[in-house]
Design a protein around this ligand. Structure first.
Ligand SMILES: NC(=O)c1ccc[n+]([C@@H]2O[C@H](COP(=O)([O-])OP(=O)(O)OC[C@H]3O[C@@H](n4cnc5c(N)ncnc54)[C@H](O)[C@@H]3O)[C@@H](O)[C@H]2O)c1
Length: 411
């Protein structure tokens, strides 16, 4: 099997994990880093010069990376650029790993899927945990073992994002970046993983997501300087009958560990809880219990994902962990959430605490964590509860939905 020549677009943010992954693969001669493209030379000059000294080509304009003869391109640039970069790579019949989510809107993902259909290359989206041992074990326990299929899936994501998070990049917290969609809220960016994983676990086959049928959602905003939502509750009904309830926020009371981002499943013969730490606890209805602590993946999950695609690029048989085509269902659900909510409702200042801490400012919605746990427990949206700032919304039918338009919304 030949060594795959890899190009990375965007190395200054999450792309540093792509760099680490490819560098680790170089040691086993699975891959060789041939080129990187990074628009911001100034802030990344040290790394870029180090790579150039090792013989890696550097380009400031990402289109120039295709001058190199590559087998695999990985993309870790802001969401608004995913569409054009993936489409260009696929036009050249290259294999692609693109960070999550595939894109912000359904029309952008469709354009990427169309490009894949016309290409010899394939594209994987960076939902890295789905290859985790605990995650795969959960899928097997439900569909190939005694836990049984899920009926309800409850997703909780408690995170705090300070003002500095939103000022780090021009697209952070924005609806658009120029004429490209960003929709950079919790469900689209940081916790897009959880939306993907819930749909993944709602379908028996590894790598296939359940089809979302309708969405009822409420989008809220407490941070003052952003355009998108920072708190949301979403009910996605899948065509196979699985009911998914999602509660996400960037306004939690402090810096919480990864275990506060989790998925609970009510299955035929028991319940299960998977956390983003990659741990799994199962309680069976007969009183027995199983616990899996797979916190260590063996190798970093991003490396495993890129390694898998490098194997495919070098001709080895295999499938992407998270195929682009499937991740369309994630974007359908999140776009549908906007259409159900229609607006992003401002949480009144009386219910918010702003605190100067850790060299920035935190925005905390008072009592939100308890409200989320209660809502999750009762499978309710916030407006179904006695919450003064909550607003009722209508269910949105996703049948035939093919274009996200800001003009359709009151944002
Ligand atoms: N898998 C994960 O756990 C995880 C975690 C964080 C971010 N991400 C994803 O990674 C992607 C990037 O997010 P980020 O927060 O690192 O973004 P960022 O704004 O920090 O940008 C990443 C890098 O891309 C570069 N870049 C921007 N535009 C470019 C262009 N046109 N050409 C070349 N380089 C360009 C930037 O200069 C920067 O160095 C997003 O899709 C995000 O959702 C994934």
């Amino acid at each position: 099997m030949s060594t795959v020549k890899v190009g990375i677009i965007g190395i200054g943010g999450y792309g540093m994990y792509h760099l680490d992954g490819v560098e680790a693969m170089e040691k086993d001669k699975v891959a060789r880093l041939s080129a990187v493209a990074e628009i911001n030379y100034k802030d990344n000059s040290e790394k870029i010069e180090e790579l150039k000294a090792r013989g890696v080509a550097y380009y400031q304009d990402w289109q120039d990376i295709f001058k190199e003869e590559l087998g695999l391109v990985t993309i870790a640039t802001p969401i608004p650029f995913h569409r054009e970069m993936v489409v260009e790579a696929l036009k050249r019949d290259l294999n692609v790993v693109c960070e999550k989510p595939a894109a912000a809107t359904i029309q952008d993902v469709q354009a990427m899927v169309d490009a894949e259909d016309a290409s010899k290359g394939i594209c994987e989206i960076g939902y890295k945990h789905v290859n985790g041992t605990a995650f795969k074990r959960l899928n097997d326990l439900m569909y190939r073992d005694r836990l049984g299929a899920p009926k309800d899936i409850v997703v909780v994501g408690l995170l705090q994002r300070q003002d500095s998070y939103f000022s780090r990049s021009s697209w952070a917290g924005k609806l658009m970046l120029g004429d490209r969609f960003a929709l950079d809220g919790p469900m689209t960016n940081a916790m897009s993983h959880l939306v993907n994983h819930a749909l993944y676990l709602a379908h028996p086959e590894h790598g296939v997501l359940a089809e979302p049928k309708s969405v009822r959602a409420e989008l809220y905003r407490a941070h003052s300087q952003i355009e998108v939502e920072d708190t949301e509750c979403i009910n996605v009904k899948c065509s196979n009958g699985v009911n998914i309830f999602i509660y996400l926020t960037y306004c939690a009371s402090g810096e919480l560990p990864l275990a506060n981002r989790y998925i609970e499943l009510v299955c035929e013969n028991g319940t299960a809880k998977w956390t983003m730490e990659n741990t799994l606890t199962v309680h069976y209805n007969d009183g027995s219990r199983e616990e899996y602590d797979y916190r260590v993946y063996g190798k970093p999950s991003t490396e495993l994902m890129i390694r898998n695609m490098a194997d495919i690029a070098s001709g080895k048989k295999g499938e992407p962990f998270s195929p682009l085509r499937e991740s369309k269902k994630v974007v359908l659900s999140t776009n549908g959430a906007y259409y159900s909510s229609k607006s992003i409702f401002k949480i009144p200042d009386d219910f918010i605490t702003r605190k100067e801490e850790r060299d920035s400012v935190s925005t905390i919605v008072k009592g939100l964590e308890d409200l989320i746990l209660k809502a999750a427990n009762n499978r309710e949206l916030f407006s179904d509860m006695d919450i003064p700032w909550a607003k009722k919304t209508e269910e949105f039918d996703l049948t035939g939905f093919s274009e996200f338009r800001l003009d359709d919304l009151e944002l």
